[in-house]
Write a protein that binds this ligand. Structure first.
Ligand code: URA
Length: 434
């Protein structure tokens, strides 16, 4: 077999056999297939797509590139949640502690920022000392003790996803339904779970811009899960504007803290509670989804989700006091205000451009190896639908270096549309699949 022939056949839209896909994934994981050939293959998949059989095989090979964590010794249902990626999407850091406080065991393997979207691991690592590179043994021990642990893919768990994920980020091959589905499902299946709640984002800040594509992605992931005997449910949710007000790693941790103390933005709180409720219900803690919603709400109001997050931060080497004292988090040195050019209603805040601007000033990576700046990002002062006066502050860019600042500020300014009429309201949760 030759890699160049497989790239050629995929480019021409042919279906590859399970043996061919396995050969590619194994060769790439072992370092025998170079990045430039894998990049070309990913681009071929981006344009030609994959059949259901190819996606299932790809997922399975990615799972088998490492070990599948055996969590059978830990009592209770193991349930996880994963988002397909958005801007200001910090729901994992809220819904997981809430569901864990309700008794669900949550082995969470998360990703880093991808393209214009943020990543749970990068957000957690904004907390000084927080370790996401735990060994499988440490992961299991923390789960048994606290019912919640956050890690990333590693040399042990789904290493193929780790390599492909960063390669896709640097080769503009992220927005591909089969590549997203296999990336997410491989890490999730490798972590030994029983059930999974997916948040499939749609809109300008998501990889899927159209609801029909988001639905196809949701169905593909639910199908992969079912074929592997996992209970999977997907919510399709709006990502046309950023979620909450904060975009950027440390800034988002601050908003998580506020939300877990019942003082968070409305959209973020609502979605996090619904995701937590779905996790609680799939985790069989309650019989009905309504009971699960009540329980999630209670865990928010009585502060037990907040306390659970603090315990997890402490257990993973971080300083839990950051949730009360934001000065202990990395802080930006400069702020740039973006003002409204006219009076009117905020009718659009293009999430993708806000994410790109935030990434441009350091919150994301433009090469595989680039380091991110945890302190920087954007804080919105308004959301879609609000009335503003001319000159009112729409948002602030928090930065530590002037590099790319002007370009980012222009992008952010252009991301806002101010209209004379209020926009139509958009639903936050659009569909449930599975
Ligand atoms: N999240 C992932 O883990 N992988 C993707 O490809 C996109 C979002």
């Amino acid at each position: 077999m030759r890699t160049v022939d497989l790239i050629h056949r995929k480019r021409e839209g042919e279906e590859l056999s399970p043996q061919e896909i396995a050969w590619l994934v194994e060769g790439y994981t072992r370092g025998e297939i170079p990045d430039y050939q894998m990049s070309a293959f990913l681009m071929a998949v981006y344009y030609s797509g994959m059949s259901d059989r190819e996606v299932s095989t790809l997922t399975d090979c990615m799972v088998r590139s490492g070990e599948t964590v055996d969590l059978s010794a830990i009592p209770g249902q193991k349930v996880d949640k994963h988002s397909t990626g958005g801007v200001g999407d910090k729901t994992s850091l809220i819904s997981a502690p809430l569901a864990a406080a309700a008794g669900v065991v949550i082995p969470m393997i998360s990703g880093r920022g991808l393209g214009h979207t943020g990543g749970t691991l990068d957000k957690l690592e904004a907390i000084p000392g927080f370790r996401t590179d735990l060994t499988v043994e440490e992961f299991r021990a923390q789960l048994a003790k606290l019912g919640l642990c956050f890690i990333g893919q590693s040399a042990q768990v789904a290493p193929a996803d780790g390599k492909l994920y960063s390669l896709r980020d640097a080769t503009a091959t992220v927005e591909s339904i089969p590549l997203i589905a296999s990336s997410i499902m491989s890490k999730k299946i490798a972590e030994g779970l029983d059930a999974l709640v997916l948040d499939v984002k749609v809109g300008s800040g998501a990889f899927m811009k159209r609801q029909v594509d988001a639905r196809r992605l949701a169905q593909m992931m639910v199908g992969i899960g079912r074929r592997m005997d996992k209970r999977v449910q997907a919510l399709i949710t709006d990502m046309s504007q950023p979620l909450g007000y904060a975009i950027g790693n440390a800034l988002e941790v601050m908003e998580v803290s506020q939300t877990l103390q019942s003082a968070g933005p409305n959209d973020l709180t609502r979605l996090s509670l619904e995701l937590a409720a779905r996790m609680i219900h799939l985790g069989k803690v309650t019989e009905t989804i309504d009971e699960a919603r009540e329980l999630a709400q209670r865990k928010l109001l009585d502060g037990s989700g907040y306390r659970k997050f603090k315990e997890v931060i402490q257990a993973q080497g971080g300083n839990p006091n950051v949730l009360d004292r934001f000065d202990l988090l990395p802080n930006a040195s400069g702020a740039r205000e973006i003002a409204s050019p006219r009076a009117g209603f905020v009718s659009q805040i293009k999430a993708e451009d806000i994410g790109l601007a935030s990434s441009m000033i350091g919150a994301g990576r433009d090469t595989k190896e680039a380091a991110i700046d945890p302190a920087v990002g954007v804080i919105l002062e308004v959301k879609v639908g609000e009335k503003v006066e001319a000159g009112a502050v729409l948002c602030r860019l928090y930065y530590t270096k002037e590099e790319h600042l002007e370009e980012a500020a222009q992008l952010v300014e252009d991301a806002f549309r101010i209209s004379t009429h209020p926009p139509e309201e958009r639903e936050l949760i659009l569909e449930v699949v599975g």
